[in-house]
Write a protein that binds this ligand. Structure first.
Ligand SMILES: *Cc1c(COP(=O)(O)O)cnc(C)c1O
Length: 376
């Protein structure tokens, strides 16, 4: 039997909640979206939550609200999901990629300052794999240069940096609920902010630019249909109420993996920085020593019914970005991580036996590749 790469964690409560919506007249713009937003604010501890139809939509609106204009620059890591840079392109601005810490995969704050120009408007702080980046130096640099910070917390619901919750450390943060995320709404996302004006702007922008508030914002703006429907919101409401249970199950699966990966030479478990006071396990990503060919390992695992993914494929090496002038050699740590990191099957519903099976195949793969690599 093939182990799935990821699985949503859906119980009867979610099924009942979605079915209940279908018996009402309110399939969009109804009470479930408000309830989901309220529950989400209560969970993250942020003042406002604005539900949208994807994490990507949320990041786009964050760029608009931060005043990103054509020709502006936004600092972001290339070692991320493509939406972390595409949101900048949507506003005809330029993503400026900064290299990562090779162990965590998160943006290296020491490299940010050199990338700042007079056109820089904001920094996107991505929480890769569910681990916050080193936020304090990022916030300090942003303060000094008068830049906005947007957290891309799409992979990090519930994570904590020095005891502070992911999503509460910056001007606005975005979460995502695609089915492979810790919690899902099918498609969906959530913007959080403590800024009252930004909250109103986000609500207008997701709803065709309609004005629903005070006079100063009472002018025409270009808006979008980025609304979340009621079925998704009902699903999200139950999921956020179950999020601690789901995160605990994921932490358990990660621990099963850690214990086994520790015993395999040439393979390293995920590196958790000491600033991370709580990891929110989104994916389980191992690193290989250079003697082990990651792509050959993927093939080996696939033959044994274990799917895996090169994660992330650097954004600057995607064809679209190479056409814009980025090339291999620009970001050495990002490229090395892109060549040697591998995401293993992972979800909250995974069993210990399944992690055992995956690690057994990995162990056999390593034995095979290392014996070929070293002269007898
Ligand atoms: C999932 C994800 C997003 C948003 O994804 P959507 O599919 O648009 O919801 C953005 N950034 C990162 C880092 C992600 O992992």
């Amino acid at each position: 039997m093939r182990i799935p790469m990821s699985s949503p964690d859906i119980t009867q409560a979610e099924i009942d909640a979605v079915n209940e919506v279908l018996t009402t007249q309110w399939l969009a713009l109804g009470p479930k979206m408000d309830q989901f937003e309220g529950a989400f604010s209560a969970y993250t501890g942020s003042k406002h939550s604005i539900a949208v139809n994807s994490g990507t939509s949320g990041l786009h609106l964050a760029m608009i609200t931060a005043g990103v204009q054509p020709g502006d620059e936004v600092i972001t890591p290339s070692f991320s999901f493509i939406a972390s840079a595409n949101c900048v392109l949507y506003e005809r601005a330029t993503p400026v990629f900064v290299d990562i810490d090779p162990l965590t995969g998160n943006i290296d704050p020491n490299l940010i300052e050199a990338a700042i120009t007079e056109r820089t408007k904001a920094i996107i702080a991505v929480h890769a794999f569910g681990q916050p980046p080193d936020m304090d130096p990022i916030l300090e640099i942003a303060r000094r240069h008068n830049l906005y910070v947007i957290e891309d917390a799409c992979e990090a619901i519930g994570a904590e940096y020095k005891g502070r919750r992911a999503g509460t450390m910056s001007d606005a943060a975005v979460f995502a609920f695609y089915p492979n995320k810790q919690m899902t709404t099918g498609e969906g996302g959530m913007i959080v902010t403590d800024n009252d004006e930004w909250d109103m702007l986000f609500r207008s922008l997701r709803n065709q630019g309609r004005d629903v508030f005070d006079a100063w914002l009472n002018h025409t703006r270009l808006g979008y249909n980025y609304r979340m429907d009621e079925m998704s919101a009902a699903l999200g409401l139950v999921q956020v109420q179950r999020i601690e249970e789901i995160l605990a199950k994921r932490a358990q699966v990660a621990q099963w993996y850690n214990e086994r990966i520790d015993q395999i030479p040439g393979v390293h478990k995920p590196y958790i920085a000491d600033t991370t006071t709580r990891m929110s396990w989104f994916v389980y990503v191992v690193r290989f020593d250079d003697e082990i060919d990651r792509d050959a390992m993927m093939h080996f695992l696939n033959e044994r019914n274990v799917p895996s993914r090169a994660y992330f494929t650097p954004i600057h090496l995607q064809p679209l970005y190479q056409q814009m002038g980025w090339k291999r050699g620009d970001l050495p740590h990002t490229e090395h991580a892109g060549d040697t990191f591998l995401a293993l099957p992972f979800s909250s519903v995974m069993t210990e036996e399944q992690t055992d099976y995956v690690c057994q195949q990995l162990r056999e793969g390593v034995a095979e590749f290392l014996s070929v690599a070293s002269p007898v």
